[in-house]
Design a protein around this ligand. Structure first.
Ligand SMILES: Nc1nc2c(ncn2[C@@H]2O[C@H](COP(=O)(O)OP(=O)(O)OP(=O)(O)O)[C@@H](O)[C@H]2O)c(=O)[nH]1
Ligand SMILES: [Mg+2]
Length: 282
């Protein structure tokens, strides 16, 4: 039996809870590479995710997770080779992550999680990432008139944010930044990919286009075989708390949502595939 602790990294509104809910629905009703394990006495207490799934069955979005919440759900799984895995899946209020960044301080609980995790899953919703692509060219131009009072943006460029955050986390986890070999396997989940698929279908290309500096940071610091970048749309479309979407009601949430595997442009319905990749690496 393998016990797998994953570190889930995702800011507020990045799609963590809806992915977990849809993962649960898939495992239960439409399994792919991974399946729920039953019959060997493993306890399945997934009530926190039942609530999410119930909302989705009514065609509505689930709620935002409150800032101070941190919960861990045990998924008893079996993989494609019939190996049993106990996967501890965390969900938390995503504000905790920017808080770590802002305060430059990591709580004892997060420290323990960082040091005890074997693989990292990073949720990035590209449509919501703020960048300042023309900042350098603006700096380079010499003003011809009296410069206006400079306005300081209060949100960091997302390239810098993610690079600095990962550096901090590696430091606390005791992972060398110099050697590629010591890095944990990293799955980048580009969430809500339906929002950007018209612009770019291949996940790594989408990341490179929106966050070029961060993409090259990953290439420099993580080995290729330990990194995979996926496009994930847990819902396939936007839902609101009152959307009562007919596709979700008529066909069921397990028939909604898709993933695009690294370096591909085709959608697959198996939302467990990014997880299956990381579980094989750890
Ligand atoms: N378009 C689209 N919207 C999505 C998708 N998945 C989630 N959303 C929406 O994105 C918003 C945030 O999703 P959550 O799963 O609650 O995000 P979270 O990371 O759990 O956020 P916190 O609980 O604040 O940490 C919700 O309004 C969802 O309806 C998706 O696949 N596509
Ligand atoms: Mg949440």
């Amino acid at each position: 039996m393998k016990n797998s602790e994953l570190l889930l990294l995702g800011g507020p509104n990045s799609g963590k809870t809806h992915y977990a809910g849809q993962l649960f629905g898939r495992l239960k009703r439409r399994p792919g590479a991974l399946k729920i394990r039953t019959g060997d006495g493993a306890t399945v207490n997934l009530s926190a995710l039942e609530d999410v799934l119930i909302k989705l069955e009514d065609g509505n979005a689930a709620e935002h997770t409150s800032f101070d919440q941190y919960s861990e759900i045990l998924f008893p799984l079996v993989d494609g080779n019939n190996a049993a895995i106990d996967l501890y899946w965390p969900d938390y209020g995503g504000e905790q992550l920017p808080q770590i960044f802002k305060q430059r301080e990591i709580t004892a609980d997060w420290r323990k999680r960082l040091q005890g995790s074997e693989g990292w899953l990073l949720f990035i919703r590209l449509s919501g990432e703020k960048t300042y692509p023309d900042a350098l060219s603006k700096l380079a131009t010499i003003p011809t008139s009296t410069p206006e009072e400079p306005t300081r943006p209060d949100i960091w460029d997302a390239n810098v944010y993610w690079i600095e955050l990962l550096q901090m986390l590696c430091h606390v986890a005791g992972i060398s930044l110099i050697s590629k070999d010591e890095k944990p396997p990293l799955t980048v989940i580009l969430s809500c990919f339906d929002e950007i698929i018209e612009e770019e279908k291949i996940p790594s290309e989408a990341l490179k286009k929106k966050l070029p500096l961060f993409h090259s940071f990953l290439q420099t610091n993580w080995s290729e075989e330990m990194t995979s970048i996926w496009g994930v749309s847990s819902l396939g479309k936007a839902l609101t708390p009152e959307s009562s979407d007919d596709d979700f009601i008529d066909d069921g949430p397990e028939y909604q949502g898709w993933v695009i595997a690294p370096d591909q442009a085709e959608k697959s319905h198996d939302l467990t595939a990014p997880l299956s990749w990381i579980l094989e690496k750890i």
